[in-house]
Ligand binder design. Structure first.
Ligand SMILES: Cc1cc2nc3c(=O)[nH]c(=O)nc-3n(C[C@H](O)[C@H](O)[C@H](O)COP(=O)(O)O)c2cc1C
Ligand SMILES: CCCCCCC(=O)C(=O)O
Length: 322
């Protein structure tokens, strides 16, 4: 499809899906087991209709919102997603430049194929942009500390602790295709070269780093003792966990099910948003991701209690066609 004919995220997905090799396409597009949650994340937005009031002056609308100490252009940011080098050689550098160009913020995955220093520099060369550093709870706490220190020194404003991944989701397509990151891609934040990555299966790689004994009491005070960056929890789906995040003094939560890639048959994030926003009562920031594919979707999420939306796959599809 000619890029000037791409007018929607569905078009972008179709165009990217034609270009990408099948194992990359499936790694990006699919989710865990039967992908019930992948589909419901987007379907949930179709359950709501928009009732407009008319004869309102819209000649001068302001879509900005404050986030991490400055205004972003509109209530959308780019979720942390690993392995962007599979979509485009510039990977996260290109994402950072695009976010800067459009005045929004970016999450940097611990499994980025470029370093946080390179990524923050790339965006800031275009325009001022804020980044957040995504973290998993790691077995090697010294390595985790080094990631935090590097992120802080590179100017990141927050840690997004991903809380929904004690183990990597069971993704049938990754098993069927024996998914392996392509040779040549490294994880500089995890201090892993391409050669080291190739020596392990994708799943074993994740297991070898990830600490499945994680807990609120272990992670949050420890992170707080190490950094002045804001601490957000990514992957919350219940009002009870919003309340716990408040008790632990977290700055924000991302209502997220990891785009349906972790535990399948968790509810669509939009469906749990109102109850989560209700308990927050302005005591903690509430953002959302999962299945957001249009301005209408952003409008609905904001109407149901989110302050800002984040997107994962649309950015990967954009990288693939650029
Ligand atoms: C290919 C891919 C890689 C991802 N990698 C990470 C990651 O490293 N860390 C993380 O917290 N979430 C990761 N995510 C989840 C995203 O941050 C986000 O929660 C999800 O993509 C949002 O759903 P959407 O893709 O429907 O917009 C990844 C998602 C995709 C599609
Ligand atoms: C060993 C690499 C794991 C990358 C994990 C990225 C991720 O969170 C995902 O959803 O995939």
């Amino acid at each position: 499809m000619a890029t000037d004919k791409i007018v929607s995220i569905a078009d972008l997905q179709a165009a990217a899906s034609k270009i990408l090799p099948s194992s990359t396409r499936e790694f990006f597009n699919s989710g865990a087991t039967d992908q019930v949650t992948v589909h419901e994340n987007s379907a949930a937005y179709r359950k709501y209709r928009i009732l407009p009031r008319v004869l309102k002056d819209v000649s001068n609308v302001n879509t900005t919102i404050p986030l991490f100490g400055r205004d972003i252009a509109f209530p959308l940011c780019v979720s942390p997603a690993g392995l962007q080098g599979m979509a485009h050689p510039d990977g996260e550098l290109a994402t950072s430049r695009a976010c800067a160009k459009y005045g929004i913020n970016m999450g940097v995955s611990s499994y980025a194929n470029h370093s946080v220093e390179q990524i923050t520099t790339a965006g800031n060369e275009v325009a001022p942009i804020h980044h957040v550093m995504q973290l998993y709870s790691m077995k090697d706490r010294e390595k985790e500390k080094r990631i935090i220190r590097r992120a802080e020194a590179a100017g990141c404003k927050a840690i997004f602790l991903t809380a929904d991944s004690p183990v990597l989701g069971v993704r049938y397509n990754e098993v069927r295709k024996t998914f392996q990151p392509p040779a040549g891609l490294a994880y500089p934040m995890m201090e892993k070269t391409s050669e080291q990555i190739q020596q392990q299966s994708h799943d074993d790689g994740f297991k070898s780093f990830n600490d499945d004994s994680h807990s609120w009491a272990r992670e949050i005070p420890w992170l707080r003792s190490l950094t002045k960056m804001e601490i957000w929890i990514k992957g919350i789906l219940t009002p009870e966990d919003v309340e716990t995040a408040i008790e632990y003094g977290c700055d924000g939560v991302i209502i997220s099910n990891h785009g349906g890639r972790q535990l399948d048959e968790t509810p669509a994030t939009l469906d749990v948003l109102p109850a989560c926003a209700k308990v927050a009562r302005g005591r903690i920031r509430i953002h959302i991701d999962g299945g957001i594919r249009s301005g209408n979707d952003i409008f609905k999420a904001l109407a149901l209690g989110a302050e800002c939306c984040w997107v994962g796959r649309p950015m990967l599809w954009g990288l693939a066609v650029s």
